[in-house]
Design a protein around this ligand. Sequence first.
Ligand code: SF4
Length: 353
Amino acid sequence: MDLLNALVDKGIRREVPTREEALAVLATSDDELLDVVAAAGKVRRKWFGRRVKLNYLVNLKSGLCPEDCSYCSQRLGSRADVLKYTWLRPGEAAEAASAGVAGGAKRVCLVASGRGPTDRDVDRVAETISAIRERHADVEVCACLGLLGQGQAERLRAAGADAYNHNLNTSEATYRDICTTHGFSDRVDTVRQAQAAGLSACSGLIAGMGESDEDLVDVVFALRDLDPDSVPVNFLIPMEGTPLAAEWNLTPQRALRILAMVRFVCPDAEVRLAGGREVHLRTLQPLALHLVNSIFLGDYLTSEGQAGQADLEMIADAGFEVEGAGTSTLPEHRTDLVAVRRRGAGTDLPPNA
Ligand code: SF4
């Protein structure tokens, strides 16, 4: 297929496909699906081999959010049955992180619900990062705390955070349909602040919220413009008690096409299979490993994931290997967190990183 050959060539050269090419990937038929996966798989293997990075999510604070993101079970007024608690203590969070590291996780993602952190919250997260570092000097730590205020990205970096996650989620044109309490540009600003502070940016999307193919391509191109190092792709799990509870409109085939499109547009970024993979990809999850080079291990956020052991077996059965702590995730021309950490004192490393 000419389209796929062209996309493979561009992906290997790190060239941006056209919007029409990205839309054409989403419009391919089920008969073409394995060809699409094989083509995007070539791009994935060019930049990441057969390695799979494992990430583990620690929920520092859950529920009780004043924002109204309609996909989120922790939103203001949500009737979803989720745990609600305020700030895990540093020792508790480090204990939780250890479970992920023992399961092979290379990155720990510290997530807190809410619009954004207060300065006191940043202090708490700094203490948590120190507690994790005492046990696991090499683990990558990513914070996901919402919209950042002045100077907070720098403080997180100084506290030893390697990365910051803040997703764009959907296209700028439809952002107001999913959230009214903050805007698309607020999200872009936070990603830029994180990058400016020297944090590795992690920013992705949620598919399955009723968006069009154009919306999906728009958000992925907006991400490409921001150039985050990692791009998590979530598939909406419609939760009872939220406005999107009835949005069951993804198929495993559609989910694979979306992942392939993201890989072609962001060929050398860490594309991470995130929320909703079990629910929407179901038995086709192993095929997704040909497209993404990173997954969340086990439980994440407010949804149940496959148990860690099942993930490890899936990776091995599909012919992939778990990426070790000493291996760089990203290609040489991108931020290399392992190399940055190894360079040690005297560089831009914070003292406790
Ligand atoms: S996504 Fe974050 S900011 Fe939005 S409602 Fe959920 S916890 Fe709050």
